[in-house]
Design a binder for this molecule. Structure first.
Ligand code: ASO
Length: 406
């Protein structure tokens, strides 16, 4: 039996934008008023528990099957590592009970290694080995919490893994540090028997001037260099793809072609923005193309559609959180239906098959199979008087066809 649309999409709500972000931007602070914020409640752990009550109410009201979190979104900030860990463990117990009661599951967990000022110059790429150690220990505790909650994946977005000026930066050293950290994460995954995917999330140019995990191609090169192919996949985000000068579907299709596609953060950056706006998705044709490539590559395995999207800071009314997710789910559903219709119709797939049909010829295949070298190919071109003429790619027709399904 085929999967339902909901089983394909695997929606998740992101804890950070909904329950931890106060509505600030680089030019102004908090605009939101929430009963669990520190200015309203003096006991931080009580605030964290109140927040969890509201969060799970929201997940069930929306019928969202999954959620995602960073340690720092869910637990109060402690005075030191031990206190952070105790706080995370306490809230993990609360989550375990709520997940049991509601059936809501964890798509992925992650560590916030970018907000606290100690991460100002990076986490694993920090010049200070104490920050490297603090980061490694924090990742371990977040993997433990994710594993305990039967999380289906673990994500690493390289928040401040980048540099501001090369004049004080040793690129090779910093990349080696990051490579070692990621290898330790993979070793620990196997040690504890965590079955989910480890996913790196690429993003260029923000918050550091240059980010090491720039885009899919850059991260792939990094994984190869540090022997992590086959162990690490990627979590791809619309807004990050746009900032890197790509389209969302380009990054998805490239990750699939390289065998490293994992999951998506669904949101929207407008094309004129030079920074990450994390808006809710609002463009059906764009979402349709993203899901078209996801479906074409076989769909999600343990990944899903995480709404990494926040209200605009003028949306003071907390009900807007529901409205925004309902609207976002609607856009995804419409995009997904269009994508499924494009697959079913097969005109696009046939166009790809036809475009490369020449490669079905045995001699053509020999060129790729290592059976011919440059000398024998030269003989082949001469003896058959090969003189290619340009062939039509039917580009306008195909691009217009896509719009018929939306
Ligand atoms: C916040 C970032 C987002 C990422 C998440 C995980 O905005 O892109 O998915 O953290 O660290």
């Amino acid at each position: 039996m085929g999967k339902t649309m909901a089983e394909h999409l695997r929606f998740a709500v992101a804890y950070w934008h909904n329950f931890a972000w106060p509505g600030g931007d680089p030019f102004g602070g908090q605009t939101f008023d929430r009963p669990w914020f520190p200015d309203r409640i003096s006991d931080p752990m009580q605030g964290a528990k109140l927040k969890a009550d509201v969060a799970f109410d929201m997940f069930t009201t929306l019928g969202a099957p999954y959620f995602c979190f960073h340690d720092a979104d869910v637990r109060p900030e402690g005075a030191n590592f031990a206190e952070n860990t105790r706080n995370l463990e306490e809230i993990t117990d609360v989550f375990a009970g709520k997940m049991e009661q509601t059936g809501v599951k964890l798509l992925w967990g992650t560590a916030n290694l970018f907000s606290h000022r100690r991460f100002m110059s990076g986490a694993s790429t920090n010049p200070d080995p104490d920050v490297f150690a603090f980061s490694a220990a924090t990742i371990k505790t977040c993997m433990d919490a994710t594993h305990r909650l039967s999380g289906e994946n673990y994500v690493l977005w390289g928040g401040r893994e980048g540099y501001e000026t090369l004049l004080n930066t040793d690129l090779k050293r910093e990349m080696d540090q990051m490579g070692r950290m990621l290898n330790m994460v993979v070793e620990y995954k196997h040690k504890i028997g965590f079955k989910g995917m480890i996913m790196v999330e690429p993003k260029p140019q923000e918050p550091s001037k240059h980010q090491y995990d720039f885009d899919v191609a850059t991260v792939y090169g990094f994984l190869q260099k540090y022997g992590l192919e086959g162990e690490v996949t990627m979590n791809l985000e619309q807004g990050h793809a746009i900032l890197a000068g790509h389209s969302f579907e380009h990054e998805i299709a490239l990750a699939q072609a390289l065998g490293v596609f994992g999951s998506i953060d669904m949101n929207r950056n407008d094309y004129q923005s030079g920074w990450d706006t994390d808006q809710f998705p609002n463009n059906v044709p764009e979402v349709a193309l993203a899901y078209y490539h996801i479906l074409r590559g076989g769909g999600f395995t343990s990944g899903g559609t995480n709404f990494d999207a926040k209200l605009r800071r003028q949306s003071l009314d907390a009900d807007d959180l529901l409205m925004a997710h309902i609207g976002g789910m609607d856009i995804c559903a419409r995009g997904f239906k269009a994508a499924a219709a494009m697959i079913e119709d097969a005109t696009l797939e046939n166009a790809v098959q036809q475009r490369y049909a020449g490669w079905n010829d045995t001699q053509a295949r020999d060129m790729l199979a290592g059976k011919m070298d440059l000398t024998s190919i030269e003989q082949h071109v001469r003896s058959n008087d090969i003189n290619p003429e340009p062939r039509s790619g039917r580009q306008e027709y195909l691009e217009n066809l896509v719009n018929r399904f939306v």
